[in-house]
Write a protein that binds this ligand. Structure first.
Ligand code: NAD
Ligand code: ZN
Length: 238
């Protein structure tokens, strides 16, 4: 059982919360959409930031603290090993904001929904910067030189995902598309598989349960990413 990636293939790996679940980062599903008491729509949209920046930063500070203690699992490690062999013929596009792909050694990673350990100004074009701090009160939220407040570098609901040009360029070259641990309900990521299908590429889903867009995948492997990804990808004949 292996996913065949040949010498002229380009591999596009789309990852979601499921790839980090075995590292201890909770997924979004279940528990009524609540994350330890946080209702996602009250902390992950521009309206929430306008209404209550303190609550938004409390949520992301909590996520930072939680993620700092997490380590890559065998799925992240296997993907990094595949990249060592494929080099520029592979990209990981992740919906995750954690750094676990990088921690495992992956270098070609596009964080379409932003990065938990980066912050940026809410107003000006100053680029995002590394930030592992927690901000628990309104007074603790730093301000940029321009006067704007510093916000998490996260793509909130209603905002445009990052790196879309690079993502579509990569999809245009993709011959093997592997989606791992994503429920297939959040767009545009959930539609990437369609563009690969339209060009007759191989489409594979790996994850615990059937995602919403399962019928679009030609090959499906249901189970834990930490067990399936090393078996399906790392030992394949690259
Ligand atoms: P998700 O939580 O919607 O789905 C996670 C998927 O991973 C599920 O299909 C689950 O079956 C699977 N999974 C769980 N454990 C697994 C394991 N050990 N191995 C393999 N698969 C496993 O997460 P998502 O699809 O990444 O969400 C997409 C994006 O939606 C997120 O990046 C985020 O930006 C955004 N978001 C969604 C919500 C929401 O409520 N839908 C909330 C906040 C943010
Ligand atoms: Zn600024």
């Amino acid at each position: 059982m292996a996913i065949d990636v040949g010498e002229s293939d380009f591999l596009f790996v789309l990852t979601g919360a499921g790839v980090s679940a075995e590292s201890g980062i909770p997924t979004f599903r279940g528990a009524g959409g609540l994350w330890e008491g946080y209702r996602i729509e009250e902390v992950a949209c521009p309206e929430a930031w306008e209404a209550d920046p303190e609550l938004v930063w409390k949520f992301y500070s909590w996520r930072r603290q939680k993620a700092l203690a997490c380590r890559p699992n065998p799925a992240h490690v296997a993907l990094a090993e595949v990249e060592k062999r494929l080099g520029e013929r592979m990209v990981i596009c992740t919906q995750n904001v954690d750094e676990l792909h990088e921690a495992a050694g992956s270098r070609r990673v596009l964080h379409m929904h932003g990065r938990l350990f980066q912050s940026r100004c809410e107003k000006c074009e100053r680029p995002p910067f590394p930030d592992t701090n927690s901000y628990e009160t309104l007074a603790a939220i730093p301000r940029c030189a321009c006067g704007g407040r510093i916000r998490p570098h996260i793509c909130w609901f209603g905002e445009v995902p990052f790196h879309m040009e690079e993502i579509f360029a990569a999809l245009g070259r993709t011959t093997v598309f592997v989606s791992i641990g994503t429920s297939g309900v959040v767009y545009p990521a959930a539609a990437f598989v369609q563009s690969v299908r339209a060009r007759c590429g191989k489409t594979v889903y790996i994850g615990l349960e059937a995602p919403e867009n399962l019928p679009l995948f030609a090959e499906r492997y249901l189970g834990k990413a930490g067990e399936l990804v090393p078996r399906l990808l790392a030992i394949s004949d690259l």
